[in-house]
Ligand binder design. Sequence first.
Ligand code: UT7
Length: 349
Amino acid sequence: MFSSKIAGIGMYVPNNVVTNQDLTKYMDTSDEWIQERTGIKERRYAHRTEETTTTMAVEASKIAIERAGITPQDIDFIVFATLSPDYYFPGCGVLVQRAMKMKEIGALDIRNQCSGFVYALSVADQFIKTGMYKNILVIGSEKHSFGLDFSTRGRNVSVIFGDGAGAVVLQPSSDDQSAILSTHLHSDGESAEILAMYNPGTHANHWTKEPLANFDEAPIGQMFMSHNMIDNAQNFPFMDGPSVFKKAVVKFPEVIVEALQANGYQPSDISVLIPHQANLRIAQFVQQKLGLRDDQVFNNIHKYGNTTAASVPIALCEAWEAGKIKKGDLVCLAAFGSGFTWASCLMKW
Ligand code: UT7
């Protein structure tokens, strides 16, 4: 069995910086509220028409591929994590394959929201371990700004999210000092509707048991996305923030400890923890619960907000570029989000 290692990493964020103050033009919110409750100062929004989830992913991938010392033609598999794809279908993986003129390789899209990148990394790790592939491109990318409710009604969600992309190239490891040690994946669908975008979808209120108002007036064939849904703003993400928060602060430490225990380590052994950038208060709670020093945890939510599947690879990339991660360091990635799904990955850099 081979181990896998990150051979190259890259990130891309759009140029357009949107401050908390900028958002007050659209909704009743304040810089003070957003900073105090989330730690976010600003986020990036993609260009409305010239940037998509895939184009941002391509920019991050170019850097990751170059840093791995290979070319796009050497990539033999793509795993793409996103909740904001260019098209409902096909997935973004094939769009990256086309845009980067890659060979006719396999391309897999992952739908695990905030845990998407760690899930994607786990899938890629298994393919490297079995010897099936040698250069896997793993991507997390999101263009949230295209589909948020920028009225006061949607402020609890829209102030949090930002756009961006991160990518890594995963290769077989040639030495024990650089390798993914383990990945740990979990889900609990009991709370699927607590953080979700219901529409468009095929559910017809089956799970929520709500009245069928959105659907019964829609002509056959227009139940996927009806005028009613748009009129009632049901095409935006929904989040019961406090419920998500409560679960996150339990599951984050749990899945990190699980990764450490599986490999015979303690929290004090962690060189750098990269938590999914959901809310600075969640990251601080996790840090406190595990007794980690400030220099053991990397956060950059103040600059980018929550970029969902992109947040872990963007933070990992920035931490590495800043010299905070060095060869042989024990790096832990951890994420929690919609589903609920949560996951961790422990690696020697
Ligand atoms: O990455 C995916 C996973 N997601 C998460 O982990 C998110 C977890 N949850 C959170 O981060 C927090 O719950 C939020 C940041 C979303 C919200 O913070 P909170 O401290 O839980 O606030 P809340 O939802 O309990 O709302 C408190 C008050 C409410 O007003 P009232 O009812 O007390 O008068 C909200 O209407 O804050 C109000 N509020 C806002 N005020 C100004 C909600 N959003 C805003 C806003 N600006 N943007």
